[in-house]
Design a protein. Sequence first.
Length: 161
Amino acid sequence: MENHIIRKANSADVKDILRLLIELAVYEKDPDAVKITEKDLLEDGFRDNPRYECFIAEINSEIVGLAFYTPRYSTWDGKTLHLEDLVVTEKMRGKGIGLSLYKSFLKEAKKQGVNRVEWSVLDWNKPAINFYLKSGALIDDYSKWKIVRMNKSLIEKFLSS
């Protein structure tokens, strides 16, 4: 296991947070997917009532991974945390850093007293699927439930019609 530290992100980490989110988008074969900016991340994460929180993994003061999560509320289960992204930079994968970030996220969920944590994983991402299954997580195949979403332009299009 590589010698690393896990800590909560701070406003000085925004540039590296964005870098890792873009790296993840490239890995997920959607390199143009990240639309947010450093300014967005700063305003949304480091204010009163932040929209997200983030754990950072560091080795020798270099940020090499993150666990990015948001609060949610389930009408069936109550308080929930959504793990939006768990990413370790490619050169540092397989060294236990992802596991440390994952554990930090789950400890935070326990500390907050949530009843559920959730996240998505692409069906072709076998290393991630195996990692989650090994941890005891349940993976729905979504044969019954599908993820539905709209972006800003689709929202505007619908509301203006």
